[in-house]
Design a binder for this molecule. Sequence first.
Ligand SMILES: NC(=O)c1ccc[n+]([C@@H]2O[C@H](COP(=O)([O-])OP(=O)(O)OC[C@H]3O[C@@H](n4cnc5c(N)ncnc54)[C@H](O)[C@@H]3O)[C@@H](O)[C@H]2O)c1
Length: 386
Amino acid sequence: MGFDGDVLLTLLTWERDYSSLTRIEDGQIILRESPYDPLVDVPVKRLIRMELAEGASTTSGEVLRSVPGDWLRPFLVQRYDEPPGGYRDFPRLGRGSPRMRDFSGKVAVVTGGASGVGRAIVTQLASEGSRVVIADINAESIGKTRNELADRGLTIDGMEVDVTRAESVNALAQRVFATYGNVHLLFNNAGVGVKEAKRRIWTLPEQDWQWAFAVNVIGVTNGIRAFVPTMLERGEEGHVINTSSGNGGIASLPTTPIYASTKAAVTSLTEVLRYQFLMDGAKLQAHVLFPGPHLVNTNILNSDLNRPDAFRIEGQAQAAYIDMKALADSSGVEFKLTEPEEVANMVIEGIRNGRFWILSKLGKSDERLRTRTRSILERENPELPQ
Ligand SMILES: NC(=O)c1ccc[n+]([C@@H]2O[C@H](COP(=O)([O-])OP(=O)(O)OC[C@H]3O[C@@H](n4cnc5c(N)ncnc54)[C@H](O)[C@@H]3O)[C@@H](O)[C@H]2O)c1
């Protein structure tokens, strides 16, 4: 057979329909190795359709006969053409696709949506016709964002929320489900940077650890706990996108121990979230976003302005506002910045294509990941990164 590439397999099982993106290479269907992969873990009733990603629209018997292993052979293979009116009107064979291509009318919640990366995601989704709710601790920035988008004819909703407090995130979820019925896109994006550059781990105050973990990690788990149970219950396709960072989420820089360790936790918990959605055959998908490839031109250097009182250090003066662009322009050395809109494009494209790892190929991440992985596999001690 002459096709190599991505395929979307849809299986009708005794319990529910599963869709899964997999690959054909040299005429063989490549199954994922996870023991929890729904393709191999559930009693499959029959394969109902198979969609080739590029070019061909449906399967051929030839492709299916080349499936290796015993598990698929007994199943009746049938070809279905798209029913009149599309799959929406044909629920038994509903697309159940891992790809959300059209964001129009979808309900999106973006934590930290009033600035930087979150704000760019909000803007892009609103332009595509999504119903967007900003959840941010900074009420003034929410108002500003709403007004600016209103000037462009875009209406968005907003609520003052502190992601470090479960009751605050639960109140948000309650309001959103009551108003919109469901959530299709949950961006756990709120995050803070701590002024820790070049300081040693043993000198960093407890409040800095508590605050960064409360926002960057517990903020994400508060979002998952408040929204996912109802998203699952509604049974519609949905996405949970957690914002990590190349720093810690891929490999840790030696200068930012708190930030890097929070982002390592975000990558790890998002991988587990994916496994658990797969184990349950959920219609939800997890994604992990690594903004970049360069430092993103946002307000993250001013995170301290949004530090809740519970994490303030007594007697510490408020730091002066830092404009990242001005800092880059005045630095004299090469200091590349990525604009938040590029990150928004990357994440929307990643969701559309069903990607878990939403990570630019440009920049240093791949090289750092290779170096780190090699060091672990070879049991070699890590070198100080350049
Ligand atoms: N800027 C970068 O280079 C970069 C790189 C990698 C990852 N990230 C991550 O991207 C995400 C977005 O950051 P950004 O760079 O756009 O920064 P930003 O400071 O411009 O935006 C962060 C937003 O989060 C909000 N926020 C802070 N604490 C909150 C809380 N307790 N509850 C609710 N909202 C809160 C802020 O008010 C702000 O609107 C973060 O998770 C950050 O760690 C940023």
